[in-house]
Design a binder for this molecule. Structure first.
Ligand SMILES: [Zn+2]
Length: 141
């Protein structure tokens, strides 16, 4: 293969297939490169400035609430580990606690809570879980 020169002569263009194709395409490429037609018109500078202000204030708010987010994640971990600990260590007691809640016991009136501290711990953990969930939901809005 003979290498093509950067600025081929008309004789070379006539004899070389690659350069003749490039010579046909070149005017179209030059016109295309000079086109200044944008698909999306740039917004007005004042809109760009306003958007930057809004984004900056929202990022400042996110930075200010970061410690609260850490506390929230800590609370999630605490509640999750509390449930895990309660369910793992006191599974027998929880089963014992839930046994009176069946239909025959409720109908016959022999409804009793066998372990009051256990029931209290369950209720406390459930309350904390619901409170945390509500706080999360309300904080998002
Ligand atoms: Zn050539």
């Amino acid at each position: 293969m003979n290498p093509c020169p950067p600025n081929p002569s008309p004789e070379h263009i006539a004899s070389c297939e690659e350069c003749s194709v490039a010579a046909v395409v070149a005017p179209w490429m030059k016109r295309f490169a000079s086109l200044n037609e944008r698909q999306h018109i740039l917004p007005h500078p004042s809109i760009v400035w306003l958007k930057a202000q809004v984004l900056r204030s929202s990022s400042e708010a996110a930075r200010a609430s970061r410690p609260m987010t850490y506390v929230q994640f800590f609370a999630y971990g605490l509640v999750a580990s509390g449930w895990a600990a309660l369910l793992t260590w006191k599974w027998e007691a929880i089963q014992e606690l839930l046994r009176p809640f069946n239909a025959t016991n409720i109908a016959s009136g022999s409804f009793s809570v066998s372990s009051v501290p256990m029931f209290g711990a369950l209720m406390l953990l459930a309350t904390v879980t619901v409170t945390l969930a509500l706080h999360t939901i309300l904080a998002e809005e």
